[in-house]
Design a binder for this molecule. Sequence first.
Ligand code: TYM
Length: 327
Amino acid sequence: MGKKRLVSGIQPTGRMHLGNYLGAIQNWVSLQDDYESFFMIVDLHALTSVYEDPSQLRKSKRELAIDLLASGVDPEKACLFYQSEVVEHAELHLYLSMVTPLSWLERVPTYKGKIAELKEKDLHTYGFLGYPVLQAADILLYQGDVVPVGKDQLPHLELARQIVRRFNHLYKTDFPEADESLTHFPLLPGLDGRKMSKSYKNTIPLSSTPEEITALVLKMTTDPQRVRRNDPGNPEVCSVFSYHKLFNTEYSLKKIDAQCRAGSIGCVDCKQQCAALIVDKLATFREKRAYFEANPDIVDAVLDRGAKRASEVAKDTMKCVKKVIGL
Ligand code: TYM
């Protein structure tokens, strides 16, 4: 028996942020030892929302590849590649679109949500409605067993399982229905307390300098009832405290909790302590990032090798898919 397969993806629509890292990428890195892993930079998914102006896409893809390598994705253990380099994603997407009822897609919470959220973009397209079908194809192409993602992706994974189930039923096959794997931080709040997300512009990009991180943390929302420095605060409603919970020690956490409730620590001091913890946590990342930025040939070679290996597996799956459909 070979290793089980791990499959996941990330969109190159902006800089990789702390939510991506703590919600998913950390898990990619820790699970890559135990699984045969396929990690893709999903540029075709990104195109569904930036098709009107894809001018930044090439740069964003590359920056993201560097971020992923700096985060600890190990090309000796995992296959890292651009989705559009493996044409079978588009092909399988088409076959899966045949068996996917429209009503399943219209019901996906992210579909209507994103259209309402991103008003400046026209997302009333065939491609955007089919976004989760493409995601199902990404997973099925590598016959993924486990998919490490953040909580916001669960509806997409459920739909991917439904599509595979229907495919298996129609064509008498038994492709795996992938399980999700969540981290301890499946939904990280952003600077404004809503989900950290590129589309809300409330992120802390991993590639920020220490000064940028501090400036961002200083902008974070705190307890709105706490107006003056000496007012007693409620840490439970404060985004900064939720970050302390992630990064600080039990001892310091108790201390800050008590100081906030007593009004004896100001929000600026508390934010500065928080920023220092994040800066510290990302020290190795910054070092590795600088290395890959200075060595573009290494990054290119990793992506080329990744696409070649992914293509081999994808071709095998497609042979089987076409055969069972009867094409
Ligand atoms: P994307 O690019 O939005 O996000 C990449 C990963 O980061 C997680 N994430 C978060 N986790 C915790 N807190 C947050 N605030 C937060 N924001 C983002 C996401 O859950 C995700 O795991 N549709 C996918 C990409 C995709 C994919 C796939 C994933 C395409 N094909 C196949 C898995 C398998 C997406 O847009 O992720």
